[in-house]
Design a protein around this ligand. Sequence first.
Ligand code: NAD
Length: 257
Amino acid sequence: SDQRLAGKVAIVTGCSSGIGQGIAVRLAKDGADIVVNYHSDQAGGEATKAQIEALGRKAVVIGADVSKLPEIQPLIDAAWSNFGRADILVNNAGVEKGANFWEANEADYDLVLQVNLKGPYFTTQAFVKKLIETKMPGRVINISSVHEEMVFPHFASYCASKGGLMMLMRDLAVELGPFGITVNNIAPGAIATPINKSLLNDRSKLDPLLRNIPLGRMGTVDDVSAVAAFLASDEASYVTGSTYVVDGGLMRNYKEQ
Ligand code: NAD
């Protein structure tokens, strides 16, 4: 087959919308069967499944909150029970909560850190345990953000979570390399998805941002999915411990606001 992910199985968290949905469909286009995870939007999960099936691939839809350990294990197990294997884990689920730092509350902090950092930590742990047990190699791809490195005033918890995800990726690349498991991050810049709909609807915020993006446009879900498909493929077999920035040059051109 000319499909570079033929015979592979991918688990994609939070793929009822946005970047996760785009990645799930793109990996299916390249030949993979998909475990579709959603949190609250089951209809969105079913829509992702329908797109995958329209490509001739298989999908199973699993509701799970990736910040809750008892819900993670069944999500990972679904790959083995439905497809007999899993090769790729995409930790995509993420949330952001903006506030002045001096006004931010504990509940928002906990939500952001638990979904964006604890989620990938324990989802990866459950995935890797199965790989080590079955002596299989694997790929872990985290969707972090340019804010794993770049400041985002009024989003301190988000920056802390994505900065943590950067060091988690680097650490696991070293610890899991001997098992043939690679770990990499994709750091999207400004991508047009539901997470930033308030920005997209506010020209007074959007215009200055676009002026800071050297390529002069917002990114698309497809821009991010193409890099995920590469990192999941055999062509990336020697890539581990890296962040792939997909931001139209934003990070290199950052000016303090
Ligand atoms: P989105 O809001 O469409 O996607 C986030 C997804 O995470 C949703 O499907 C949501 O249901 C899911 N989710 C939230 N909490 C969850 C939980 N507890 N368990 C399971 N799933 C949960 O927005 P998006 O832009 O597609 O975001 C996807 C990822 O990309 C996030 O990690 C986000 O931080 C990152 N990101 C986005 C941008 C951007 O500009 N859109 C930029 C950088 C990074």
